[in-house]
Design a protein around this ligand. Sequence first.
Ligand code: IVH
Length: 691
Amino acid sequence: MDSPDYSRLPEQVAERVGELRALIEYHDERYHGADSPEIPDVDYDALMIELRGLERDHPQLVTPDSPTQRMYRAGQSTFDEVAHRVPMRSLDNAFNVDELRAWSDRVLRRLTSERKDDAGGAPKVTWVCELKFDGLAVSVRYEAGVLVQAATRGDGRFGEDVTANVRTIDSVPERLGDGAPSVVEVRGEVYLGLSAFTTLNAAQEAVGAKVYVNPRNTAAGSLRQKDAAVTATRDLSFWAYQLGEVVGGLKPTSHLQTLGWLADLGLPVDNHVASFESFDDVVTHIDAVEASRHDLDFEIDGVVVKVDDLATQEILGFTARAPRWAIAYKLPPEERSTLLLDIEVSIGPGGQATPFARLEPVFVGGSTVTAATLHNADQVAIKDVRPGDVVVVRKAGDVIPEVLGPVLSERPENLAPWAFPTTCPACNEPLIRSEGEAATFCGNHACPRQVRGRIEHFVSRGAMDIEGFGEQRVDLFVCEGLLEDVAGVFDLDYGRIISWEGFGDTSVDKLRRAVEASRGRPLGRLLFGLRIPHVGTTVADLLATAFGHLDLLELATIEELEAVEGLGPVIAASVHDWLRQPRNIDLLGRLRSAGVNLEGPTLNSGEELASLLAGMAVVVTGTLVGMSRDEAKAAIVARGGKSPASVSSKTTALVAGEGGGSKRLKAEELGIPILDEVGFGRLLEQGEFLN
Ligand code: IVH
């Protein structure tokens, strides 16, 4: 969010300060009070940063109740109030390494100036790094080792009594282990793990209900349920990271000891804790955490750096909001807001019509996002996002970016709701949504988008793997009327292609050879390439191995299909049905005439593969289309064969690509079989070649 320059107009500064405070209070309430934040954290942080900057430049405007000076002030709550005997403070943030280093410098400076002894040199500090869990802070009180109360942070002094809800969390023990003091308050984060979140949303989607936006808000909403039985269904978890009030018992002297003690008492302590003497190592560690943040089964939004020694923490003390001895380094945001330019519908290879958002480019989750999925018609309606809205976009790791929802407080007046189109944007035929189904479909098998999608899938890596047959070429060939279905791949009019700009002799020849090579792919690849509903690579391989030939698969009854280990009735019926549709019978007939391999079995067990070429010596020469020479040799060795550099009487076969002159002559001389790329493909797949 950009902020205007108010530096020269004091009344406008005061006005903006008032506006920012009101906005921050509104968003505080949405985040803490309603568990339903409207803007991403990064936008909230930007408001705070702007306010802090204005207050710094105009100190006369600072008031004690400014959000920069105090914690969130809770509104009305339906839960009982709990007074925190030790306040629950928040953390200050660092948004980049400079800010982080500036904090460590401040710590060291303060320690130097607070020094009571006259020891020289810089103070020594051990820094502890913990993950910053993205959940909500909770304080759990144990008396005589028994859980007696649990409370949210609230405004830091008074929280909400969520004891019954916290008792439903498996990882929060009811009783502590031996050595528990008479009173111990454990501070930590309640969160929803990613797998639990996915399971929950799958269940929501299955009944056409609104999917939850992100794990944090869901965790917060789940914990603050009036009925703890609802909380119990949400599979929440807890990480302990700090102590509140402690009466009696052992007193740790360092933060690391505290964590060890908490773990000994039976509390869940995350093991990604690291301590460093050098701040450079802290920075390196943070980089490593950032790189591996998606390996975790829970979300983090930063790394918390704490001063280890508790006596040193005491010297450093607190500001009104946060400790001086800790800071939260914020990782790059995975949710950001941007303008929704338009909603369009894409048509998948199976005809599925998926709404997606065209967005003003926004850098989020490590890349610039210009489009994001909206899943299906119901989700657009439930979220009520409209072109012209500011929307929150989420992109975490390699996951497809998605639109979470609109920022309603920024919606322009009279913005029209969006309606799902009634006709296919690619072929204009009606879009169909069956009763009880979430998905909408274009039912026109000849829809150009579907045709392209089917061919793109057929030639793709996991299927027939035809090199040089990318999306652009598929698009071109379909547009030019050269390709109507997947069988057309084997009947391309190369004479026409060669006359087009951008297609020289060499590239057309390469394409032709790649297509030729693909004819020999095993049956499993072909079956997968046909996009039979419910047939992924594993099922395709199972079918190929079980029936051994397409002819036999075509004859199989539903019972025979169901009898294949790993196949259920749904898949069996789907395959049976697909093979009996006239258009597919025709397609298979044409693939058959094109000389495509229809024989199984495929190899899918590592063990089988490792000995497939045992005892064979296969020499490779010339340039192959589908793989480099080194890859070809590696493929032979991976199958237990040898790949010597020269041809001799012991050579089993010579694989000859383009330009393999002298070795070919030698092989011919010795009567050694010479394989082209198709033959080599067969050898790699089946361990044999045609002589
Ligand atoms: S320590 C007095 N450690 O981040 C210090 N907080 O933005 C108390 N958080 O309110 C906090 N992981 O809800 C601490 N390892 C961690 C944390 C952590 C997540 C949360 C906590 C806190 C918020 C501040």
